[in-house]
Structures are given as structure tokens and as C-alpha cells.
Design a protein around this ligand. Structure first.
Ligand code: GLY
Length: 337
């Protein structure tokens, strides 16, 4: 057995551990209290890890694709839970990427007004972001993740074995989120092996979530690179996947921070070195997008409470900056065109 790293998300009585490493899924049972009589395993076709929960369990598969991240899927799952007789003393286990853990978490938060949930993250993006921190939810036709709940899991397992069969594009999407962590602290993440690096990303996220669980302020730092990323996802009709858009969003945020005199050009170079060179991610703005349309999309970002709001690097590190004018934003987009 290779190295397993345990990270605690410190949230008082809702604290939980995240276990990171190859073969970690074998230990999912350690997160399930002995009083639990049955488990509902929520997963997707093709997910490479089959949970050997040694208690009676039923498996529920949800469809692939954003259209299945819906209230209809939550309804189907909850009806399935009712038919199997799941109670509040039982457990839901979400096994998959971010979509699965978002949906399984929301079904667990809603059914019987809250059933414990354990997540087994099988994608890099799920491991460093989606499965950690208790955000759950589904989409409406009017927008992504518009309905959901904060529902912390009882434990999270990040089994690196699952990454061995993950398609390259999904690995790159995980790298987009991972790259963001390089700029949230001064840690030399590149000096770490993959297990240590994922564990450190989890630890950074855990510390931020613990300081602002329901995103009243500081948790927004986890959206570094995301304001342009969300706009790019919409403007390209999701041809750019989330992590790919975050990579471009990080470079944009560096340009904007330099244009607004918060950082020097050397720091832009550091962003290019991590995002483009280390992780091999695309850093160019896709051709043919109207910058004014992107600005309007960013103005409508649901995190923007006061005009154009960004998470920007600066002399005191990364922070939320509201009320940014159109001019520097257009100038930063122009540099990337
Ligand atoms: N994905 C950002 C957060 O969990 O707050």
C-alpha cells in the first residue's frame, strides 16, 4: 500500500477527514458509523471504482451530461431511497466526479431533511475542489447550480487509482483548478508528488472553508480565475470545459491585477509558468469572442455583488476586489486577444 494522507476539514461538530492516496477507496467503510444499516451508492456508468460497502446497499446510476444535473434526478434518487427504506440513520455514498458528488450531496441534504453522505472522488477536479467543502446542488434551465444546499460530508476519499483511466481532457480540467492553488498560498506545490499535492490543495481549501463555510466573504478566494471562466463557458456554449476556462481566467486575472497596479509583470510570468508550462494548459482567449459581451457576462456573475467583481492577486496576496471599471477589464482582454 502506498502512502495515504489524511486531511481534516475543521468545522467543529461537522468536521471530517479527507483520505488521499492510491487505494484509498478501500477505506470508505471507516467513514461509516457502525449504526448505519444500509447505504445508497450514487454513481455514474463507467466510474472506475466500485464501492465494496460491506453493509446492504443499493446502487443508483445517474446519467452523464449536465442535463442530468437536475431537480428531476434529485426526485428520482429520493424516490429510490424511499423504496429501499433509507433512513436518517443510514448513509448516501457519492462515487464519481464533481457532478456525482454535487447531486448525491444535494439528494442526501434533502431526503428526510438530511442523511449523512460520504464522497468518493474519482476525478482530479472532484478531489481538489467539488467533493470538499459541502457545496451541493443542481442546475435549472435558467442557470447552473441555482438550487442547492451546504451539506458537509461525513468523510471524503480521493482514490488516485481512479485517475489512471481518467481521460486526458478531464485531467487537464483538474489541472485548471489545481493551478489556482499555486497562487492562493506561497507553497511550492510543484515540489510535491501528486498525492502530497492533492492533499495540500485539500488542506488549503479546508482552511478557507473553515474560515467562511457559507461564502460570506473569504471563501470567494476559491473563485480565483473563475469570473472570466464562467463567462467563457457561457460564451463558448460550454465548448470550453470548466477547468480549461479557469486556466485562461487565471492568466486574465494576472493581467488585470498588473494593469490595476496590484502586481508586477514578473508575477504574470509566474502565472504563465504554472498554467501554461507546468500544467500545459491553453492560456489564449478563444478567437471570435466579443470582449464587450464577456464584460456583460462577468457583470452578471452571481458572485458579483457590486459591479464587476474579481479575485485579484496583490501585495497582500489574493483578495476579492469589487467595483472594477470596464476599461482595465477590456485592456486585459485585449492583451489576451
Ligand atoms: N468551488 C468553490 C467552493 O467550493 O467554494
Amino acid at each position: 500500500m502506498s502512502e495515504l494522507v489524511r486531511v481534516t476539514v475543521p468545522l467543529g461538530e461537522r468536521s471530517y477527514d479527507v483520505l488521499v492516496g492510491h487505494g484509498a477507496a478501500e477505506f470508505v467503510g471507516t467513514f461509516i458509523p457502525e449504526s448505519v444499516k444500509r447505504a445508497a451508492v450514487v454513481t455514474q456508468p463507467g466510474v472506475p471504482i466500485d464501492i465494496a460497502a460491506n453493509i446492504p446497499h443499493e446502487r443508483f446510476e445517474i446519467g452523464r451530461g449536465e442535463q442530468h444535473k437536475s431537480l428531476a434526478t434529485i426526485g428520482d434518487l429520493c424516490r429510490g431511497f424511499a423504496k429501499m427504506g433509507l433512513t436518517r440513520n443510514d448513509v448516501v455514498i457519492g462515487v464519481g466526479g464533481g457532478m456525482v458528488t454535487d447531486v448525491a450531496g444535494f439528494a442526501a441534504a434533502s431526503y428526510h431533511r438530511g442523511v449523512p453522505v460520504v464522497h468518493v472522488a474519482t476525478t482530479l477536479l472532484g478531489m481538489v475542489d467539488a467533493a470538499i467543502g459541502g457545496k451541493t446542488g443542481v442546475n435549472l434551465p435558467e442557470g447552473k447550480n441555482l438550487v442547492g444546499a451546504f451539506w458537509q460530508p461525513s468523510g471524503v476519499v480521493c482514490d488516485l487509482d481512479a485517475l489512471e483511466t481518467l481521460p486526458d481532457r478531464e485531467i487537464r480540467c483538474g489541472y485548471g483548478e489545481m493551478a489556482k492553488y499555486h497562487f492562493l498560498t506561497g507553497d511550492d506545490l510543484l515540489a510535491m508528488d501528486l498525492t502530497q499535492r492533492i492533499a495540500r490543495c485539500v488542506e488549503i481549501k479546508a482552511e478557507i472553508v473553515a474560515s467562511d463555510e457559507r461564502e460570506g466573504g473569504r471563501r470567494a478566494l476559491l473563485n480565483y480565475g473563475h469570473t472570466l471562466a464562467h463567462a467563457l463557458e457561457v460564451a463558448t456554449e460550454h465548448r470550453l470545459a470548466h477547468g480549461e476556462a479557469v486556466a485562461i481566467g487565471l492568466i486574465f486575472a494576472a493581467h488585470l491585477a498588473e494593469i490595476t497596479r496590484r502586481i508586477g509583470v514578473d508575477r504574470i510570468d509566474e502565472h504563465f509558468a504554472v498554467v501554461g508550462e507546468e500544467y500545459g494548459l491553453g492560456t489564449d482567449l478563444p478567437a471570435g469572442l466579443d470582449p464587450h459581451h464577456l464584460v456583460e457576462l462577468m457583470r452578471r456573475d452571481k458572485k458579483a455583488l457590486d459591479g464587476l467583481t474579481f479575485v485579484l492577486d496583490g501585495p497582500d496576496g489574493v483578495e476579492v476586489v469589487s467595483g472594477v471599471g470596464d476599461e482595465p477589464v477590456l485592456a486585459a482582454l485585449d492583451r489576451m486577444a
